[in-house]
Design a protein around this ligand. Structure first.
Ligand SMILES: Nc1ncnc2c1ncn2[C@@H]1O[C@H](COP(=O)(O)OP(=O)(O)O)[C@@H](O)[C@H]1O
Ligand SMILES: [Mg+2]
Length: 513
Protein backbone atom coordinates (compact mmCIF):
# COMPACT_ATOMS: atom_id res chain seq x y z
CA UNK A 1 0.00 0.00 0.00
CA UNK A 2 3.05 2.21 0.25
CA UNK A 3 2.99 2.47 -3.50
CA UNK A 4 1.56 5.75 -4.71
CA UNK A 5 0.65 6.80 -1.19
CA UNK A 6 2.36 10.16 -1.26
CA UNK A 7 1.44 11.18 -4.79
CA UNK A 8 -1.60 13.23 -5.62
CA UNK A 9 -1.63 11.25 -8.85
CA UNK A 10 0.39 8.35 -10.15
CA UNK A 11 0.07 7.00 -13.68
CA UNK A 12 1.90 3.69 -14.04
CA UNK A 13 2.89 2.11 -17.34
CA UNK A 14 0.00 3.61 -19.24
CA UNK A 15 -0.37 2.37 -22.79
CA UNK A 16 -2.98 3.75 -25.14
CA UNK A 17 -3.15 3.01 -28.86
CA UNK A 18 -5.20 4.43 -31.66
CA UNK A 19 -5.41 2.74 -35.05
CA UNK A 20 -1.90 2.97 -36.46
CA UNK A 21 -0.30 4.84 -33.56
CA UNK A 22 0.77 4.09 -30.01
CA UNK A 23 -0.07 7.47 -28.46
CA UNK A 24 1.18 6.45 -24.99
CA UNK A 25 3.73 3.68 -24.66
CA UNK A 26 4.19 2.49 -21.04
CA UNK A 27 4.14 6.02 -19.64
CA UNK A 28 4.76 6.58 -15.96
CA UNK A 29 4.08 10.01 -14.50
CA UNK A 30 3.46 11.29 -10.98
CA UNK A 31 2.28 14.52 -9.41
CA UNK A 32 2.93 15.60 -5.83
CA UNK A 33 0.54 17.85 -3.94
CA UNK A 34 1.66 21.48 -4.12
CA UNK A 35 3.77 21.15 -7.24
CA UNK A 36 3.54 22.23 -10.87
CA UNK A 37 4.66 19.34 -13.03
CA UNK A 38 5.03 20.25 -16.69
CA UNK A 39 4.43 17.77 -19.48
CA UNK A 40 6.58 18.91 -22.37
CA UNK A 41 6.65 17.52 -25.88
CA UNK A 42 6.23 18.30 -29.53
CA UNK A 43 2.93 18.12 -31.27
CA UNK A 44 1.72 14.56 -31.37
CA UNK A 45 4.00 13.39 -28.55
CA UNK A 46 1.02 12.02 -26.61
CA UNK A 47 0.52 14.64 -23.89
CA UNK A 48 -3.20 15.26 -24.40
CA UNK A 49 -3.88 11.54 -24.71
CA UNK A 50 -2.21 10.85 -21.37
CA UNK A 51 -4.23 13.57 -19.67
CA UNK A 52 -7.45 12.36 -21.28
CA UNK A 53 -6.69 9.01 -19.67
CA UNK A 54 -6.27 10.69 -16.29
CA UNK A 55 -9.48 12.67 -16.81
CA UNK A 56 -11.49 9.56 -17.61
CA UNK A 57 -12.08 10.43 -21.25
CA UNK A 58 -10.05 7.50 -22.56
CA UNK A 59 -9.74 4.04 -21.03
CA UNK A 60 -6.05 2.97 -21.15
CA UNK A 61 -5.22 -0.31 -22.90
CA UNK A 62 -2.86 -1.11 -20.05
CA UNK A 63 -1.49 0.47 -16.93
CA UNK A 64 -2.70 1.76 -13.60
CA UNK A 65 -4.09 5.03 -12.30
CA UNK A 66 -3.57 5.90 -8.64
CA UNK A 67 -5.12 8.91 -6.92
CA UNK A 68 -3.94 9.81 -3.41
CA UNK A 69 -2.66 6.32 -2.76
CA UNK A 70 -5.65 4.42 -4.16
CA UNK A 71 -5.85 2.54 -7.40
CA UNK A 72 -8.84 3.81 -9.37
CA UNK A 73 -10.77 2.88 -12.49
CA UNK A 74 -12.21 5.88 -14.27
CA UNK A 75 -15.25 5.33 -16.41
CA UNK A 76 -15.87 8.96 -17.30
CA UNK A 77 -14.79 12.52 -16.43
CA UNK A 78 -17.50 12.40 -13.76
CA UNK A 79 -15.38 9.84 -11.88
CA UNK A 80 -12.27 11.98 -12.29
CA UNK A 81 -14.09 15.09 -11.05
CA UNK A 82 -15.39 13.17 -8.03
CA UNK A 83 -11.78 12.26 -7.25
CA UNK A 84 -10.79 15.94 -7.35
CA UNK A 85 -9.29 16.08 -10.82
CA UNK A 86 -10.10 19.05 -13.06
CA UNK A 87 -9.06 19.67 -16.63
CA UNK A 88 -9.01 22.79 -18.77
CA UNK A 89 -8.88 21.61 -22.35
CA UNK A 90 -6.85 23.10 -25.16
CA UNK A 91 -10.11 24.07 -26.80
CA UNK A 92 -12.62 25.22 -24.20
CA UNK A 93 -16.06 23.81 -23.99
CA UNK A 94 -18.05 26.67 -22.46
CA UNK A 95 -21.60 27.09 -23.66
CA UNK A 96 -21.57 30.45 -25.39
CA UNK A 97 -25.10 31.86 -24.87
CA UNK A 98 -25.06 31.17 -21.11
CA UNK A 99 -23.80 33.50 -18.44
CA UNK A 100 -20.60 32.84 -16.54
CA UNK A 101 -22.33 31.58 -13.40
CA UNK A 102 -24.73 29.31 -15.31
CA UNK A 103 -21.80 27.84 -17.17
CA UNK A 104 -20.04 27.01 -13.98
CA UNK A 105 -23.25 25.58 -12.48
CA UNK A 106 -23.90 23.26 -15.45
CA UNK A 107 -23.34 19.70 -14.39
CA UNK A 108 -22.49 20.69 -10.86
CA UNK A 109 -23.98 18.21 -8.41
CA UNK A 110 -25.43 19.44 -5.14
CA UNK A 111 -26.49 22.81 -6.55
CA UNK A 112 -30.00 23.84 -5.50
CA UNK A 113 -31.88 23.67 -8.78
CA UNK A 114 -34.05 26.73 -8.08
CA UNK A 115 -31.21 29.19 -7.83
CA UNK A 116 -28.03 27.69 -9.21
CA UNK A 117 -26.67 30.87 -10.69
CA UNK A 118 -27.00 32.86 -7.47
CA UNK A 119 -25.42 30.24 -5.19
CA UNK A 120 -22.65 29.60 -7.64
CA UNK A 121 -22.16 33.31 -8.12
CA UNK A 122 -21.30 33.69 -4.44
CA UNK A 123 -18.83 30.81 -4.47
CA UNK A 124 -17.35 32.09 -7.70
CA UNK A 125 -16.70 35.48 -6.18
CA UNK A 126 -14.98 34.00 -3.16
CA UNK A 127 -12.74 31.68 -5.19
CA UNK A 128 -11.90 34.30 -7.76
CA UNK A 129 -10.68 36.60 -5.00
CA UNK A 130 -8.73 33.89 -3.24
CA UNK A 131 -6.83 32.85 -6.35
CA UNK A 132 -6.68 36.17 -8.17
CA UNK A 133 -8.92 35.09 -11.04
CA UNK A 134 -11.13 38.08 -11.82
CA UNK A 135 -14.39 37.27 -13.63
CA UNK A 136 -17.79 38.90 -13.77
CA UNK A 137 -20.43 36.20 -13.07
CA UNK A 138 -23.15 38.21 -14.82
CA UNK A 139 -21.44 38.42 -18.18
CA UNK A 140 -22.34 36.19 -21.12
CA UNK A 141 -19.62 33.81 -22.22
CA UNK A 142 -19.50 35.11 -25.77
CA UNK A 143 -18.59 38.52 -24.44
CA UNK A 144 -15.45 37.21 -22.77
CA UNK A 145 -11.92 37.19 -24.17
CA UNK A 146 -10.13 33.86 -24.41
CA UNK A 147 -8.19 34.73 -21.28
CA UNK A 148 -11.38 35.39 -19.31
CA UNK A 149 -12.96 32.18 -20.58
CA UNK A 150 -9.94 30.31 -19.38
CA UNK A 151 -10.27 31.84 -15.92
CA UNK A 152 -13.89 30.70 -15.86
CA UNK A 153 -12.79 27.18 -16.78
CA UNK A 154 -10.24 27.15 -13.96
CA UNK A 155 -12.81 28.43 -11.47
CA UNK A 156 -15.25 25.82 -12.67
CA UNK A 157 -12.73 23.12 -11.84
CA UNK A 158 -11.93 24.66 -8.44
CA UNK A 159 -15.60 24.98 -7.52
CA UNK A 160 -16.00 21.28 -8.20
CA UNK A 161 -13.28 20.67 -5.66
CA UNK A 162 -10.32 19.99 -7.93
CA UNK A 163 -7.17 19.14 -5.97
CA UNK A 164 -5.39 18.38 -9.20
CA UNK A 165 -5.71 20.72 -12.14
CA UNK A 166 -4.68 19.77 -15.67
CA UNK A 167 -4.04 22.68 -18.02
CA UNK A 168 -3.59 21.67 -21.66
CA UNK A 169 -1.50 24.27 -23.53
CA UNK A 170 -3.11 27.09 -21.53
CA UNK A 171 -0.97 29.94 -22.82
CA UNK A 172 -1.68 29.41 -26.49
CA UNK A 173 -4.71 31.72 -26.26
CA UNK A 174 -3.14 34.36 -23.97
CA UNK A 175 -1.16 37.57 -24.35
CA UNK A 176 2.22 37.54 -22.56
CA UNK A 177 0.73 39.57 -19.70
CA UNK A 178 -2.21 37.21 -19.31
CA UNK A 179 0.24 34.31 -19.27
CA UNK A 180 2.16 36.07 -16.49
CA UNK A 181 -1.09 36.46 -14.54
CA UNK A 182 -1.85 32.78 -15.01
CA UNK A 183 1.56 31.82 -13.65
CA UNK A 184 0.84 33.85 -10.51
CA UNK A 185 -2.47 32.03 -10.10
CA UNK A 186 -0.64 28.72 -10.33
CA UNK A 187 1.70 29.93 -7.59
CA UNK A 188 -1.30 30.57 -5.32
CA UNK A 189 -2.79 27.19 -6.14
CA UNK A 190 0.48 25.51 -5.19
CA UNK A 191 0.52 27.39 -1.90
CA UNK A 192 -2.96 26.01 -1.18
CA UNK A 193 -1.70 22.49 -1.78
CA UNK A 194 -3.12 21.90 -5.24
CA UNK A 195 -1.13 19.98 -7.80
CA UNK A 196 -0.99 21.29 -11.35
CA UNK A 197 -0.13 19.43 -14.54
CA UNK A 198 0.93 22.02 -17.07
CA UNK A 199 1.09 20.88 -20.69
CA UNK A 200 3.19 22.85 -23.13
CA UNK A 201 5.59 22.66 -26.03
CA UNK A 202 7.24 25.98 -25.10
CA UNK A 203 10.58 25.62 -23.37
CA UNK A 204 10.80 29.06 -21.80
CA UNK A 205 7.47 28.94 -20.05
CA UNK A 206 7.94 25.42 -18.79
CA UNK A 207 11.24 26.48 -17.25
CA UNK A 208 9.68 29.48 -15.57
CA UNK A 209 6.52 27.87 -14.20
CA UNK A 210 7.30 24.24 -13.37
CA UNK A 211 8.95 22.51 -10.43
CA UNK A 212 9.52 19.34 -12.43
CA UNK A 213 9.37 18.69 -16.15
CA UNK A 214 8.59 15.40 -17.85
CA UNK A 215 9.49 15.26 -21.51
CA UNK A 216 7.60 13.04 -23.93
CA UNK A 217 8.59 12.06 -27.43
CA UNK A 218 6.59 9.81 -29.75
CA UNK A 219 4.42 8.42 -27.01
CA UNK A 220 7.23 7.67 -24.55
CA UNK A 221 8.68 9.46 -21.56
CA UNK A 222 12.22 10.58 -22.33
CA UNK A 223 12.88 11.68 -18.76
CA UNK A 224 11.83 13.77 -15.79
CA UNK A 225 14.04 16.62 -14.57
CA UNK A 226 13.86 19.36 -11.95
CA UNK A 227 13.45 22.79 -13.57
CA UNK A 228 16.36 24.30 -11.68
CA UNK A 229 18.66 21.51 -12.81
CA UNK A 230 18.09 21.85 -16.54
CA UNK A 231 18.09 24.46 -19.30
CA UNK A 232 16.56 25.20 -22.65
CA UNK A 233 19.15 23.40 -24.74
CA UNK A 234 18.95 20.23 -22.67
CA UNK A 235 15.15 20.20 -22.77
CA UNK A 236 15.11 20.78 -26.52
CA UNK A 237 17.50 17.89 -26.99
CA UNK A 238 15.21 15.62 -24.98
CA UNK A 239 12.14 16.84 -26.79
CA UNK A 240 13.47 16.55 -30.35
CA UNK A 241 16.13 13.89 -29.91
CA UNK A 242 18.98 15.98 -31.32
CA UNK A 243 20.69 19.34 -31.01
CA UNK A 244 18.56 22.35 -31.92
CA UNK A 245 19.84 25.70 -33.11
CA UNK A 246 17.90 28.57 -31.64
CA UNK A 247 19.58 31.44 -33.41
CA UNK A 248 18.83 31.76 -37.06
CA UNK A 249 21.36 33.83 -38.91
CA UNK A 250 19.56 36.80 -40.26
CA UNK A 251 21.17 39.39 -42.48
CA UNK A 252 20.32 43.07 -42.06
CA UNK A 253 17.14 44.09 -43.77
CA UNK A 254 17.51 45.91 -47.06
CA UNK A 255 14.05 47.15 -47.87
CA UNK A 256 13.39 47.80 -51.52
CA UNK A 257 10.34 49.06 -53.40
CA UNK A 258 6.91 48.57 -51.87
CA UNK A 259 5.65 45.03 -52.43
CA UNK A 260 2.33 45.64 -50.69
CA UNK A 261 0.49 48.80 -49.74
CA UNK A 262 -2.82 48.56 -47.91
CA UNK A 263 -4.87 51.69 -47.28
CA UNK A 264 -7.87 52.06 -44.99
CA UNK A 265 -9.10 48.54 -45.55
CA UNK A 266 -12.52 47.54 -44.22
CA UNK A 267 -14.07 44.08 -44.37
CA UNK A 268 -16.64 41.95 -42.56
CA UNK A 269 -16.62 38.46 -41.10
CA UNK A 270 -18.74 35.65 -42.55
CA UNK A 271 -21.38 36.57 -39.98
CA UNK A 272 -21.43 40.16 -41.21
CA UNK A 273 -19.76 41.75 -38.20
CA UNK A 274 -16.88 44.18 -38.80
CA UNK A 275 -13.57 42.33 -39.04
CA UNK A 276 -11.22 44.97 -40.43
CA UNK A 277 -11.75 48.60 -39.45
CA UNK A 278 -9.42 50.75 -41.45
CA UNK A 279 -6.18 48.77 -41.81
CA UNK A 280 -3.23 50.55 -43.37
CA UNK A 281 0.18 48.95 -43.73
CA UNK A 282 3.06 48.52 -46.13
CA UNK A 283 5.56 45.75 -46.79
CA UNK A 284 8.70 46.40 -48.82
CA UNK A 285 10.61 43.86 -50.85
CA UNK A 286 13.37 42.33 -48.76
CA UNK A 287 11.48 42.92 -45.55
CA UNK A 288 9.37 40.82 -43.19
CA UNK A 289 6.45 42.56 -41.53
CA UNK A 290 5.20 40.47 -38.64
CA UNK A 291 1.52 40.77 -37.81
CA UNK A 292 1.00 39.87 -34.16
CA UNK A 293 -2.23 39.53 -32.23
CA UNK A 294 -4.45 37.08 -30.43
CA UNK A 295 -6.35 34.92 -32.94
CA UNK A 296 -9.72 36.20 -34.08
CA UNK A 297 -8.82 39.88 -34.28
CA UNK A 298 -9.08 40.08 -38.07
CA UNK A 299 -6.01 38.13 -39.15
CA UNK A 300 -7.99 35.60 -41.16
CA UNK A 301 -10.07 38.21 -42.96
CA UNK A 302 -7.03 40.35 -43.78
CA UNK A 303 -5.21 37.41 -45.34
CA UNK A 304 -8.33 36.47 -47.29
CA UNK A 305 -8.76 39.96 -48.67
CA UNK A 306 -5.10 40.19 -49.66
CA UNK A 307 -5.20 36.84 -51.46
CA UNK A 308 -8.47 37.43 -53.30
CA UNK A 309 -10.61 35.11 -51.18
CA UNK A 310 -12.76 37.81 -49.56
CA UNK A 311 -14.16 41.09 -50.87
CA UNK A 312 -13.31 44.20 -48.87
CA UNK A 313 -16.00 46.81 -48.18
CA UNK A 314 -13.71 49.67 -48.88
CA UNK A 315 -10.06 50.61 -48.95
CA UNK A 316 -7.25 49.81 -51.36
CA UNK A 317 -4.75 47.02 -51.91
CA UNK A 318 -1.79 47.64 -54.20
CA UNK A 319 0.77 45.00 -55.06
CA UNK A 320 3.97 46.19 -56.74
CA UNK A 321 2.16 49.42 -57.51
CA UNK A 322 -0.73 47.68 -59.23
CA UNK A 323 -4.24 48.15 -57.80
CA UNK A 324 -5.55 44.66 -57.05
CA UNK A 325 -8.22 45.56 -54.51
CA UNK A 326 -10.96 43.30 -55.82
CA UNK A 327 -8.93 41.05 -58.08
CA UNK A 328 -9.48 37.29 -58.19
CA UNK A 329 -7.21 34.88 -56.34
CA UNK A 330 -5.81 33.72 -59.68
CA UNK A 331 -4.95 37.24 -60.82
CA UNK A 332 -3.29 38.02 -57.52
CA UNK A 333 -1.22 34.83 -57.73
CA UNK A 334 -0.22 35.68 -61.29
CA UNK A 335 0.91 39.12 -60.11
CA UNK A 336 3.59 37.41 -58.03
CA UNK A 337 1.90 36.81 -54.69
CA UNK A 338 2.57 33.57 -52.82
CA UNK A 339 0.03 32.39 -50.29
CA UNK A 340 0.91 30.04 -47.45
CA UNK A 341 -2.58 29.48 -46.02
CA UNK A 342 -3.62 28.84 -42.46
CA UNK A 343 -5.80 25.93 -43.52
CA UNK A 344 -3.17 23.85 -45.21
CA UNK A 345 -5.25 20.84 -46.13
CA UNK A 346 -8.32 22.76 -47.27
CA UNK A 347 -6.64 25.63 -49.10
CA UNK A 348 -3.01 24.61 -49.57
CA UNK A 349 -3.22 21.29 -51.34
CA UNK A 350 -5.60 19.02 -53.20
CA UNK A 351 -5.30 16.05 -50.83
CA UNK A 352 -6.14 13.35 -53.36
CA UNK A 353 -3.66 14.56 -55.98
CA UNK A 354 -0.05 13.41 -55.96
CA UNK A 355 2.84 15.35 -54.50
CA UNK A 356 4.06 16.26 -57.98
CA UNK A 357 0.62 17.38 -59.16
CA UNK A 358 0.30 19.53 -56.06
CA UNK A 359 3.68 21.07 -56.75
CA UNK A 360 2.50 22.49 -60.07
CA UNK A 361 -1.02 23.51 -59.04
CA UNK A 362 -1.81 27.05 -60.19
CA UNK A 363 1.17 26.78 -62.52
CA UNK A 364 -0.01 24.07 -64.88
CA UNK A 365 -1.41 26.66 -67.25
CA UNK A 366 1.98 28.33 -67.62
CA UNK A 367 5.24 27.35 -69.30
CA UNK A 368 7.30 25.23 -68.97
CA UNK A 369 4.59 22.83 -67.82
CA UNK A 370 2.14 23.60 -70.55
CA UNK A 371 2.71 23.60 -74.28
CA UNK A 372 0.12 23.59 -77.02
CA UNK A 373 -2.56 23.02 -74.42
CA UNK A 374 -0.98 19.82 -73.07
CA UNK A 375 0.91 19.12 -69.89
CA UNK A 376 4.62 18.41 -70.42
CA UNK A 377 5.23 15.49 -68.13
CA UNK A 378 9.00 15.59 -68.39
CA UNK A 379 9.08 19.19 -67.19
CA UNK A 380 6.72 18.38 -64.33
CA UNK A 381 8.85 15.39 -63.24
CA UNK A 382 12.04 17.42 -63.34
CA UNK A 383 10.55 20.33 -61.41
CA UNK A 384 9.01 18.06 -58.78
CA UNK A 385 12.23 16.11 -58.31
CA UNK A 386 14.18 19.27 -57.69
CA UNK A 387 11.59 20.73 -55.32
CA UNK A 388 11.41 17.53 -53.25
CA UNK A 389 15.18 17.56 -52.92
CA UNK A 390 15.64 21.27 -52.25
CA UNK A 391 12.88 21.51 -49.66
CA UNK A 392 13.64 18.09 -48.18
CA UNK A 393 10.04 16.95 -48.59
CA UNK A 394 9.85 13.49 -47.04
CA UNK A 395 7.61 11.46 -49.31
CA UNK A 396 7.73 7.86 -50.48
CA UNK A 397 7.72 9.23 -54.02
CA UNK A 398 6.56 12.08 -56.29
CA UNK A 399 3.38 10.21 -57.14
CA UNK A 400 2.31 9.59 -53.54
CA UNK A 401 -1.01 11.30 -52.68
CA UNK A 402 -0.24 14.53 -50.82
CA UNK A 403 -2.71 13.68 -48.06
CA UNK A 404 -0.41 10.90 -46.85
CA UNK A 405 2.39 13.30 -45.91
CA UNK A 406 2.89 14.61 -42.37
CA UNK A 407 1.89 18.20 -41.54
CA UNK A 408 5.45 19.49 -41.79
CA UNK A 409 5.97 17.92 -45.19
CA UNK A 410 2.66 19.21 -46.50
CA UNK A 411 3.79 22.69 -45.45
CA UNK A 412 7.15 22.26 -47.19
CA UNK A 413 5.29 21.15 -50.33
CA UNK A 414 3.17 24.30 -50.21
CA UNK A 415 6.23 26.50 -49.72
CA UNK A 416 8.10 24.76 -52.54
CA UNK A 417 5.24 25.47 -54.91
CA UNK A 418 4.44 28.98 -53.77
CA UNK A 419 8.05 30.19 -53.66
CA UNK A 420 9.20 28.58 -56.90
CA UNK A 421 8.48 31.55 -59.12
CA UNK A 422 10.40 34.04 -56.94
CA UNK A 423 7.31 35.87 -55.71
CA UNK A 424 7.46 39.58 -54.95
CA UNK A 425 5.19 39.15 -51.96
CA UNK A 426 4.62 36.21 -49.63
CA UNK A 427 1.55 36.12 -47.41
CA UNK A 428 2.32 33.51 -44.78
CA UNK A 429 -0.38 32.67 -42.24
CA UNK A 430 0.80 30.72 -39.18
CA UNK A 431 3.45 28.97 -41.28
CA UNK A 432 4.81 26.78 -38.47
CA UNK A 433 1.64 26.24 -36.44
CA UNK A 434 1.44 22.70 -35.15
CA UNK A 435 4.71 21.60 -36.75
CA UNK A 436 7.56 19.88 -34.93
CA UNK A 437 10.74 21.72 -34.02
CA UNK A 438 12.70 20.35 -36.97
CA UNK A 439 10.17 21.38 -39.62
CA UNK A 440 9.65 24.73 -37.88
CA UNK A 441 13.34 25.48 -38.04
CA UNK A 442 13.52 24.61 -41.72
CA UNK A 443 10.46 26.66 -42.65
CA UNK A 444 11.77 29.74 -40.84
CA UNK A 445 15.03 29.41 -42.73
CA UNK A 446 13.14 29.13 -46.01
CA UNK A 447 11.28 32.36 -45.25
CA UNK A 448 14.50 34.20 -44.38
CA UNK A 449 16.10 33.00 -47.61
CA UNK A 450 13.11 34.28 -49.54
CA UNK A 451 13.46 37.67 -47.87
CA UNK A 452 17.12 37.78 -48.86
CA UNK A 453 16.09 36.95 -52.41
CA UNK A 454 14.01 40.14 -52.36
CA UNK A 455 10.50 39.07 -51.47
CA UNK A 456 8.38 41.13 -49.14
CA UNK A 457 6.81 38.92 -46.50
CA UNK A 458 3.70 39.47 -44.42
CA UNK A 459 4.05 36.99 -41.57
CA UNK A 460 0.84 36.42 -39.63
CA UNK A 461 1.53 34.45 -36.49
CA UNK A 462 0.33 33.99 -32.95
CA UNK A 463 3.76 32.83 -31.92
CA UNK A 464 5.45 35.96 -30.61
CA UNK A 465 8.80 34.27 -30.38
CA UNK A 466 8.58 33.49 -34.08
CA UNK A 467 7.62 37.04 -34.95
CA UNK A 468 10.40 38.52 -32.83
CA UNK A 469 12.90 36.21 -34.47
CA UNK A 470 11.91 36.64 -38.10
CA UNK A 471 10.30 40.04 -38.53
CA UNK A 472 11.97 43.37 -39.26
CA UNK A 473 8.94 45.34 -38.16
CA UNK A 474 6.00 44.19 -36.07
CA UNK A 475 2.43 45.46 -36.37
CA UNK A 476 -0.16 44.45 -33.80
CA UNK A 477 -3.76 43.74 -34.72
CA UNK A 478 -6.58 44.15 -32.21
CA UNK A 479 -10.30 44.04 -33.07
CA UNK A 480 -9.62 44.80 -36.69
CA UNK A 481 -7.29 47.74 -36.14
CA UNK A 482 -3.54 48.16 -36.04
CA UNK A 483 -2.60 49.23 -32.52
CA UNK A 484 0.90 50.24 -33.57
CA UNK A 485 4.01 49.21 -35.45
CA UNK A 486 7.43 48.75 -33.89
CA UNK A 487 10.90 47.88 -35.12
CA UNK A 488 11.59 44.28 -34.19
CA UNK A 489 15.04 45.10 -32.79
CA UNK A 490 13.58 47.67 -30.41
CA UNK A 491 10.32 46.02 -29.41
CA UNK A 492 9.87 44.46 -26.00
CA UNK A 493 7.52 41.59 -25.34
CA UNK A 494 5.72 43.74 -22.81
CA UNK A 495 5.07 46.52 -25.28
CA UNK A 496 3.71 44.10 -27.85
CA UNK A 497 1.61 42.36 -25.22
CA UNK A 498 -0.04 45.64 -24.26
CA UNK A 499 -0.95 46.31 -27.87
CA UNK A 500 -2.32 42.76 -28.19
CA UNK A 501 -4.63 43.62 -25.30
CA UNK A 502 -5.87 46.74 -27.10
CA UNK A 503 -3.58 49.51 -25.97
CA UNK A 504 -2.73 51.85 -28.79
CA UNK A 505 0.86 52.87 -29.34
CA UNK A 506 1.07 56.60 -29.78
CA UNK A 507 4.32 56.98 -31.70
CA UNK A 508 4.25 55.01 -34.89
CA UNK A 509 7.58 53.74 -36.16
CA UNK A 510 8.12 53.02 -39.82
CA UNK A 511 4.46 53.68 -40.46
CA UNK A 512 5.30 56.49 -42.83
CA UNK A 513 7.03 54.14 -45.22
N1 LIG B 1 -8.86 10.34 -30.81
C1 LIG B 1 -7.79 9.97 -31.53
N2 LIG B 1 -7.89 9.11 -32.55
C2 LIG B 1 -6.81 8.71 -33.26
N3 LIG B 1 -5.56 9.15 -33.04
C3 LIG B 1 -5.38 10.04 -32.04
C4 LIG B 1 -6.48 10.51 -31.23
N4 LIG B 1 -5.99 11.37 -30.31
C5 LIG B 1 -4.68 11.45 -30.53
N5 LIG B 1 -4.30 10.66 -31.56
C6 LIG B 1 -2.93 10.45 -32.06
O1 LIG B 1 -2.12 10.13 -30.95
C7 LIG B 1 -0.87 10.79 -31.02
C8 LIG B 1 -0.68 11.67 -29.81
O2 LIG B 1 -1.59 12.75 -29.87
P1 LIG B 1 -1.79 13.79 -28.69
O3 LIG B 1 -1.94 13.06 -27.42
O4 LIG B 1 -2.90 14.70 -29.08
O5 LIG B 1 -0.40 14.57 -28.71
P2 LIG B 1 0.00 16.00 -28.07
O6 LIG B 1 -1.09 16.42 -27.14
O7 LIG B 1 1.30 15.72 -27.40
O8 LIG B 1 0.16 16.93 -29.23
C9 LIG B 1 -0.87 11.55 -32.34
O9 LIG B 1 -0.24 10.76 -33.31
C10 LIG B 1 -2.34 11.72 -32.62
O10 LIG B 1 -2.54 11.82 -34.01
MG1 LIG C 1 -2.23 18.19 -27.23
Amino acid sequence: MAEGAREAVLLRNITKSFPGVVANDRVTFDLQPGEVHALLGENGAGKTTLMNVLYGLYRPDEGEIWVRGRRVHLRSPRDAIDLGIGMVHQHFKLVAPHGVAENVALGLSGTPFWAPARTVGRQLKELSERYGLPVDPDRRVWELSAGEQQRVEILKALIRGAQVLILDEPTSVLTPQEAGELFKVLGRMKAEGHGVIFISHKLDEVLSVADRITVMRRGRVVGTVRAEETDKAALARMMVGREVVFRLTKKACQPGEAALVVEDLHARTDRGTPALRGISLAVCRGEILGLAGVAGNGQRELVEVLTGLRRPERGRVAILGQDLTRASARRIADAGVAHVPEERIRLGIVPGLSVEENLILKKHHRPPFCRAGGLRLAAVRQFAGRAIEEYRIMTPGPRTPAKLLSGGNIQKLILARELSGNPALVIAAHPTYGLDVGATEQIREILLRQREAGAGILLVSEDLEEIMELADRIAVLFRGEIMGTVLAGEATLEEIGLMMAGERRTVAVGEER
